[in-house]
Design a protein around this ligand. Structure first.
Ligand code: HEC
Ligand code: HEC
Length: 120
């Protein structure tokens, strides 16, 4: 084998190795990123469950957490938006509110005023 050929083969191997390492590093970064957002979703889910006094199956078919089939899921989806809106456009970050503002540990918050007899 000529020196040039040896050098050439070495170069190809080296470049391939660098490329492989680069791709692996990139993959690790995206994986980390995905884990991070998955952890965030999980934390939020645990938090809203506590605030409503329910478990995951109240809103999810556990076979597919992405499914938007349950009516409670749909209501929760809207209420997540309501809560976000209240924080950003309503209270403008002060105070910072969440589901607990209305739900107080119950899935169906008691929001109706007690009926009072008109004073005579
Ligand atoms: C009160 C209803 C409710 C409860 C309880 C609830 N979730 Fe969710 N979950 C939702 C809604 C609504 C979304 C969609 C949120 C969005 O897209 O903004 C969601 C999204 C998710 C996702 C993301 C799915 C995707 O599209 O990638 C996961 C995973 C998840 N929930 C897991 C859980 C787990 C685990 C629990 C229990 C600790 C839980 N949820 C409790 C309503 C609920
Ligand atoms: C501004 C007040 C308010 C906030 C904030 C709020 N909710 Fe609600 N939520 C309600 C009211 C009122 C109902 C209706 C109760 C009824 O029908 O008796 C309700 C009902 C629901 C229901 C349906 C319960 C059932 O069994 O039918 C779900 C699920 C729900 N909310 C999820 C959430 C989640 C999750 C959050 C926080 C991200 C949230 N809500 C924040 C007021 C609120």
């Amino acid at each position: 084998m000529s020196k040039r050929l040896q050098f050439f083969i070495g170069f190809i191997f080296g470049a391939g190795l660098l490329l492989a390492l680069h791709l692996r590093a990139k993959e690790a970064v995206t994986k980390d990123h995905m884990n991070e957002s998955a952890i965030k979703v999980r934390e939020e889910m645990i938090s809203i469950s506590k605030q409503l006094g329910v478990t995951c199956i109240y809103c999810h078919d556990t076979k597919n957490f992405r499914a938007a089939t349950m009516p409670t899921w749909k209501t929760a989806f809207d209420h997540i938006r309501i809560t976000k809106w209240l924080n950003e456009q309503g209270f403008r970050g002060h105070p910072k509110i969440d589901c607990f503002l209305c739900h107080r540990g119950q899935a169906k918050p008691n929001f109706k005023m007690e009926k009072s007899e008109p004073e005579s």
